[in-house]
Design a protein around this ligand. Structure first.
Ligand code: GLN
Length: 472
C-alpha cells in the first residue's frame, strides 16, 4: 500500500474507495512490527485500532466521518486514554490503567482519529535523549546509533519512521521541538493554556503543554485546531476563542528577530550556526526583515527553567507514594518503608535527581536565593519578550545547538545535558507558541530544525507563516 505521510493525500483516497481505514491500520501495525527495534511503542492497541477502523470506514461510506477520519495517531505515554495503560515510562506507574481520557484525546476521538498505541518517552518527560525510560532507549530511525531526542522520543521516531501518521507529545522545556529537530519532522508547542492539560501527567504544571508531531503543517494545524480551546477540567486552559488557521492566506513580509548572543553561543556547533545564518539570508531573500537583537537574559534561561521546573516536579511527584498508584515495593513492611522503598525502587536516577534539586530550591534556607529569584527572572524574561513582540512578529533560532548525538555518549556531568535546551526553554518560560520546522540539513547529513516563536496566542499567524516557508 502507498505510504501516506499526511492526511490530505489519504482522505481523497478514502473517500473514493481506493483505500480504507482497515487497510491503513493493518499497514501501520505491520510497520510497527517490522520496526520493533526502534523501541518507539510501549504498547500497541491492535485490537482497538482494528475495531475503530471498521466503525470509521462505515462512517466514511455514510458521509458522517469526522475531520480526522483516517488519521492514525500514537500518544505519548504521559497522556491518559481511558481503560488503557499509562506509565510516563516509569516503573512507579507499573500496571496503572487510566480511568479517564485526556481532554485532547477525547477531542481527537470525537473527530474519528484512530489511536494505535502509546509511545515511549523519558521517565516523567524529564530528559533530552529518551535514554531515561524504564523501557529502554528509543532509537533514531535515521541512524539507529543515535538518540531521537527527548523527552517525546517515541512520538518523534514513530512519525519519522512512518509507524503512524502523527503523534502527540508534551513540551515542558522543548520535548516536542527538540526530538522533531533530531528526526526531521514538524513539532509544535502551542501557547501555554491553549490545549487543556487535563489528563497529562504533570511534570512542571506552569510549563507543560501538549502538542502534535506531524509530517506537514496542514496536519499540524488540523490537530492543533481540534485539540485547542477552553476546558472546564483545566483552570489554566484559556477561555479565549481559538483563531482559525488559514494556510492559504497571502504571503506577507514579516519582521523577525534573532538573539545575536544565541548564534554566537559557545555551545553551538559551528555548522549549526552556519546553517542558521544561511537560513536568515533565505528569509531576507524572501522579503522578510530579519534583525539580530540583544537579549541580555539569555544566560539565565536554562537555570530559570531548571530551578522552576524541578521545584514544580518535586511537588507534583509527591503523589507517587506506593499507595495511590502503580508500583508498591514488595519489601515494605510499614507506612514509612512503603513510601521510602516504593519511591527508591520506582523512580529512575534522573527523576530522583530532579526531585532532590526541586526540594532543595524550595527548602526554607534556599527558597529566596533560588526559587524566589527564578520566579523574578521568569517575569523579567516575559516582560522583555513581550517588548520584542511589540516590534517583531517572530523570534528565530535553530531548535537545538547540535544534531542528534550517539545513544552511548557518556556525560561525566548529568547537568551538561541541560544545556541542550538553551533554545527551546524560552518559549516555555514565557508560554509562547513555538514550532520546529525540518528545513535545514547539517553537513553530517542529519536534519536540523529551524525554530520560530510567536507572541502568546498567535498560533494562527505562526502556522500560516511556517506554511509559506515550506512552500518556498
Ligand atoms: N529536556 C528538558 C528537560 O529535561 C525538557 C523536557 C520536556 O520538555 N518535557 O526537562
Amino acid at each position: 500500500m502507498a505510504d501516506y505521510s499526511n492526511l490530505q493525500a489519504l482522505q481523497s483516497d478514502l473517500s473514493n474507495g481506493k483505500t480504507s481505514c482497515t487497510q491503513l491500520v493493518e499497514h501501520y501495525l505491520q510497520k510497527i512490527e517490522d520496526n520493533k527495534d526502534l523501541n518507539a511503542f510501549v504498547e500497541v492497541y491492535s485490537h482497538d485500532a482494528r475495531s475503530r477502523a471498521t466503525v470509521i470506514d462505515a462512517k466514511i461510506k455514510h458521509g458522517t466521518a469526522g475531520k480526522l477520519a483516517g488519521m492514525v495517531i500514537g500518544v505519548k505515554d504521559n497522556i491518559a486514554y481511558q481503560d488503557h495503560g499509562l506509565s510516563a515510562a516509569s516503573k512507579i506507574l507499573e500496571g496503572f490503567t487510566s480511568l479517564f481520557s485526556a481532554t485532547c484525546v477525547e477531542r481527537l476521538l470525537e473527530e474519528d482519529a484512530i489511536i494505535i498505541g502509546r509511545l515511549n518517552c523519558d521517565e516523567f518527560a524529564m530528559g533530552s535523549s529518551n535514554r531515561f525510560s524504564h523501557y529502554g532507549p528509543v532509537k533514531n530511525p535515521l541512524d539507529k546509533n543515535l538518540v531521537p531526542g527527548g523527552s517525546s522520543g517515541g512520538s518523534a521516531t514513530a512519525v519519522a519512521a512512518g509507524l503512524c501518521m502523527a503523534s502527540l507529545g508534551s513540551d515542558t522545556g522543548g520535548s516536542i521541538r527538540q526530538p522533531a529537530s533530531f528526526t526531521g519532522i514538524y513539532g509544535f508547542k502551542p501557547s501555554y493554556g491553549r490545549i487543556s492539560r487535563h489528563g497529562l501527567i504533570a511534570f512542571a504544571s506552569s510549563f507543560d503543554q501538549i502538542g502534535p508531531f506531524a509530517n506537514s503543517i496542514e496536519d499540524t494545524a488540523l490537530l492543533y485546531e481540534v485539540m485547542a480551546g477552553a476546558d472546564q477540567y483545566d483552570n489554566t486552559c484559556s477561555q479565549r476563542e481559538v483563531t482559525p488557521v488559514s494556510l492559504d492566506g497571502e504571503k506577507r513580509a514579516h519582521k523577525i528577530a534573532y538573539f545575536k548572543d544565541a548564534l554566537e553561543n559557545a555551545s553551538l556547533d559551528p555548522e549549526v550556526r552556519a546553517q542558521a545564518e544561511a537560513f536568515i539570508e533565505k528569509l531576507r531573500a524572501a522579503g522578510h526583515t530579519v534583525e539580530g537583537i540583544d537579549f541580555p537574559l539569555l544566560e539565565y534561561l536554562v537555570p530559570t527553567y531548571y530551578i522552576l521546573s524541578t521545584a514544580e516536579a518535586s511537588s507534583n511527584l509527591a503523589r507517587y507514594d506506593g499507595i495511590h498508584f502503580g508500583y508498591r515495593s514488595p519489601n515494605a513492611h510499614d507506612l514509612e518503608s512503603t513510601y521510602k522503598l516504593s519511591r527508591t525502587e520506582g523512580f529512575g536516577p534522573e527523576v530522583k535527581r530532579r526531585i532532590l534539586l526541586g526540594t532543595f530550591v524550595l527548602s526554607s534556607g534556599y527558597y529566596d536565593a533560588y526559587y524566589g529569584k527564578a520566579q523574578k527572572t521568569r517575569r523579567l524574561v516575559s516582560d522583555k519578550t513581550n517588548e520584542i513582540f511589540q516590534d517583531y512578529d517572530f523570534i528565530f533560532s535553530p531548535t537545538t545547538p547540535h544534531t542528534a548525538f550517539p545513544i552511548d555518549q557518556v556525560e561525566s556531568d548529568p547537568t551538561q545535558m541541560y544545556l541542550e535546551d538553551i533554545f527551546t526553554v524560552h518559549a516555555n518560560i514565557t508560554g509562547c507558541p513555538s514550532i520546529s520546522l525540518p528545513l535545514a540539513q547539517h553537513k553530517n547529513g542529519l536534519p536540523l530544525g529551524m525554530q520560530f516563536t510567536a507572541a502568546k496566542y498567535e498560533e494562527a499567524d505562526l502556522l500560516q507563516f511556517a506554511q509559506t516557508l515550506v512552500n518556498n
